[in-house]
Ligand binder design. Sequence first.
Ligand code: 4NP
Length: 159
Amino acid sequence: MVSKPTGILFVCHGNICRSPMAEFCMKDLVSKADCAQRFMIASAATSTEEIFHGIGNPVYPPAVRELSRHGISCKGKRAVHLCRDDYAKYDLIIGMDHNNLRNMRRILGDDPEGKISLLLDFTGSPQDIADPWYTGDFERTWDDILRGCTALLDELLRG
Ligand code: 4NP
């Protein structure tokens, strides 16, 4: 029997820095672990600041460069807005900071199935991932995202 892939949606404010970095980091990890077919991975924004007339901006160039330093491409990714239907579509909906969490709950409503969390909740040191749009420190963001995604995949593979 082929079971339905686990849907993972990463969420941040603009969907041009942290959540696309998490999306493509996680896609890279599952591909290297030879289990990409078990997951459906995407990312979305709580704001519409990077979406104009329905067309999202591409990933912010410093985030593209940080991913490419790790051999990862995010070609073609454009910002999309989180919508209420995403709650049913995904199994895990993962924000980067408490501000994201507040906005995710506003858009998605209640979380009766316990799908909503923060990425670093999966690690031994749950905390916010600082927004590199303001800090300019994309390397630090990458380190946090890699730590979070590695812990998340470990948990998912342990089942
Ligand atoms: P992100 O970073 O939420 O990690 O994608 C930001 C991107 C854009 C803006 C803020 C944060 N903005 O204000 O446009």
